[in-house]
Write a protein that binds this ligand. Structure first.
Ligand code: UDP
Length: 454
């Protein structure tokens, strides 16, 4: 059925924190460019519509349970892509049949919601994809069949340090893998999400030309459609208006800011491993002792449930915090963008989720990289070896290396200074691309015209 086209966009986020934030930021960007926004979301991890009075929200019954999600991310994404097909199609058909509403120009789907491509095809609605990760990691994902052909995959323990000659500067251990008992399922999931991205009419990236020019070039040679690097999304607007606190699924502890206010510029290391990564109790203790021994003040996000086998901080030795005499502050969830923008923060110890990586780049804060899975490994390698704005913990989580890395980044020394200087320069580049003739600004103009031409 052919539809009349209007300026209404239907957005479909993957219901995970690192995907909801950029999708809703994109919604703001497009809304301010004259589009009306409808978000179709799952009941699981649904955004709060009252934070977005300018957008419409439709909830679909996904049949997903909290247990299904927390216990197994891989099978959660697969289940979502099966369970959402029918309710999503019914919801769209209802919207299309309502002639009092503005016609839909296109849908913009998270790349991981690959089920939306067949629905889009069946009702002849154009589909554009938002890839919430970086371009360089997407190039690595799209190389999976080739990597298998060349025997890089499945990964062999004995080859972890070897370079992947075709994807410099990645080593075998930097490939975007996921620790699972079902590696074949993971491989198929990646191939499927890349395939359905290729079948779309275009891809939007929360990245910018100067940051990932080489990966953008590679991708444009491989993909038959336009690519729109229009990021960094969260910098399109003044800090507060589209703050990720609006889309935060966990309430952000504002005590971080008053605690940071008491510290000197560039004196605090901020640590967070995002919304999904988990560490062992032993790693948790090594981190705690590394921090304590470094004598550098720290603000640490310990998400409840993120230390395997414990609820929150029970594993800390008794008296640990008291002995620090105010040098450490631990919270369950932080207002991360505000924290990174705070002058007291001198380094970010991160798992290198793409949002965290980009937020750190935009704040000019150098990173200590501790990637856990998938694209985080690629991002960390780019941070340390392409943009050179961070150090990676290469020997696992070990208190001596932690102490050394923190000191290297935070104290006066040549290597640390070079890294800090490059981080400030990269921040400037990130701001330039959003100026009126900057690359992301031009790409956004291209995206708006492209949507209107569909
Ligand atoms: N975040 C936050 N408070 C925290 C930790 C993270 O608001 O204490 C936000 C962060 O700003 C980012 C998102 O959660 O926008 C995490 O996304 P990312 O891609 O870095 O990691 P993921 O959670 O997907 O692993």
């Amino acid at each position: 059925m052919e539809q009349r086209r209007g300026r209404r966009l239907v957005l479909i986020p993957l219901p995970l924190q690192g995907h909801i934030n950029p999708m809703l930021q994109l919604a703001h960007i497009l809304h301010s460019n004259g589009f009306s926004i409808t978000v179709i979301h799952t009941t699981f991890n649904s955004p709060n519509p009252s934070n977005y009075p300018n957008f419409n929200f439709y909830s679909i019954q996904d049949g997903l349970s909290e247990t299904e999600y927390t216990s197994d991310l891989l099978n959660f994404i697969i289940a979502l892509n099966i369970g959402c097909v029918t309710p999503f199609k019914e919801c769209l058909m209802k919207m299309l049949s309502d002639t009092s509403e503005e016609p839909i120009a296109c849908m913009i789907s998270d790349a991981m919601c690959y089920f939306t491509q067949s629905v889009a095809d069946s009702i002849k609605l154009p589909r554009i994809v938002l890839r919430t990760g970086g371009v360089s990691s997407f190039v690595a994902f799209s190389a999976f069949p080739f990597l298998r052909e060349k025997a890089y995959l499945p990964i062999q323990e004995s080859k972890l340090e070897e370079p992947v000659a075709e994807l410099p500067p990645l080593r075998v251990k930097d490939l975007p893998m996921f620790n699972t008992k079902e590696p074949e399922k993971y491989y198929e999931l990646i191939c499927r999400f890349v395939k359905e991205t290729k079948n779309s009419l275009g891809v939007i990236f929360n990245s910018f030309e100067d940051l990932e020019s080489s990966a953008l070039k590679t991708l444009s040679q491989q993909f038959p459609f336009p690519i729109f690097p229009i990021g960094p999304f969260h910098k399109h607007f003044p800090e507060d208006s589209t703050s990720s606190s609006l889309s935060s699924l966990i309430s952000q502890d504002q005590s971080c800011i008053s605690w940071l206010d008491k510290h000197k510029p560039n004196s605090v290391v901020y640590m967070s491993f995002g919304s999904l990564a988990a560490i062992t109790e032993n790693e948790f203790l090594e981190i705690a002792w590394g921090l304590s021994n470094s004598k550098i003040p720290f603000l640490w996000v310990v998400r409840p449930g993120s230390i395997c086998g414990t609820e929150w901080l029970e594993a800390l030795p008794s008296g640990f915090m008291e002995n620090l005499e105010g040098r450490g502050h631990i919270v369950k969830w932080a207002p991360q963008q505000e924290v990174l923008a705070h002058q007291a923060v001198g380094a970010f110890w991160t798992h290198n989720g793409w949002n965290s990586t980009l937020e750190s780049i935009c704040a000019g804060v150098p990173m200590i990289c501790m990637p856990c899975f998938t694209d985080q490994k690629v991002n960390a390698r780019y941070v340390t070896h392409v943009w050179k704005v961070g150090l990676q913990l290469e020997k696992g989580v070990e208190r001596k290396e932690i102490e050394k890395s923190i000191r290297k980044l935070m104290e006066e020394n040549d290597e640390g200074k070079k890294i800090r200087d490059r981080a400030l320069k990269l921040k400037e580049d990130a701001m330039l691309c959003l100026k009126p003739s900057g690359s992301s600004c031009c790409s956004l103009e291209g995206l708006v015209n492209y949507i209107l031409s569909l």
